[in-house]
Design a protein around this ligand. Sequence first.
Ligand SMILES: NC(=O)c1ccc[n+]([C@@H]2O[C@H](COP(=O)([O-])OP(=O)(O)OC[C@H]3O[C@@H](n4cnc5c(N)ncnc54)[C@H](O)[C@@H]3O)[C@@H](O)[C@H]2O)c1
Length: 253
Amino acid sequence: MSSSRFQDRVLFTTGGGSGLAAATALQFAREGGRVAVVDLDGERAQAVAAELDGSIAIQADVADEDSVKAAVREAHERLGRIDGAFCAAGHADFGPIAEWSLQRWNRMMSVHAGGTFLVCRELAPIMLAQGSGSIVNVASVAALVAQPNNAPYGAAKGAILAFSRQIALDLAPSVRVNVVAPGRVRSGMTTPLYTQRGGGDYEKGAALAAEFNPQKRVGEPQDIAGPVCFLLSDEARFVTGTVLVPDGGETAI
Ligand SMILES: NC(=O)c1ccc[n+]([C@@H]2O[C@H](COP(=O)([O-])OP(=O)(O)OC[C@H]3O[C@@H](n4cnc5c(N)ncnc54)[C@H](O)[C@@H]3O)[C@@H](O)[C@H]2O)c1
């Protein structure tokens, strides 16, 4: 792997204060790039950006149109260009469908699908004007297979999958758009879930989650950062409109 795959390149990542996007920001920066670390939690974004040379933190809510516009404008002005995007802002919310209000459903859709739409819409003109760009959006295996009590999350992730495929066509040939659909990965989102499932013991809960894949382990954020950085890099120059599934084989069985 080249140590400078992302030399002179800029990544705009949402959800960058934690988990999958923080790991991706770290790898992108280690390979020569600079990152706009965007997160609802400004302090978390700041903590991640402070570790990365030439990178910046921006507080923004991806479900808010003005907030996304301002974040993209600030990143572009301060970093000069935007070559890659990783749309990973999101939250987990599970439960029987009978318990879901329309408001709860709308929040799920507006953060995941709406946030992805807004970021792509704001970044597309910048990347098209530059003549190149690579966008990676995050779905989940929940967009591909059924899981108990996970319908609204699966629907939001399915929307991201379909939306990404559509805009891959619209933004071609200069801008590529792909999706990663991860399986179960340790992160800020899942650590409390697995700890709860393990009766207060994270490792026990993670071991139960690991039973769903042939590798018999829960992924680490770095396991997703690698595939995302591949899609962001020139090595994936002929890859667009597709979905990469780093899930330890969960959807193969
Ligand atoms: N961890 C997994 O097992 C897993 C599996 C499949 C998909 N995903 C998806 O990956 C993405 C990243 O999740 P993660 O696991 O790294 O979780 P995480 O909780 O570690 O990170 C998510 C980040 O998104 C931020 N965020 C939440 N809502 C936001 C908003 N409205 N605007 C801006 N930022 C916001 C949070 O503050 C947090 O820092 C999510 O979209 C999640 O659905 C995660």
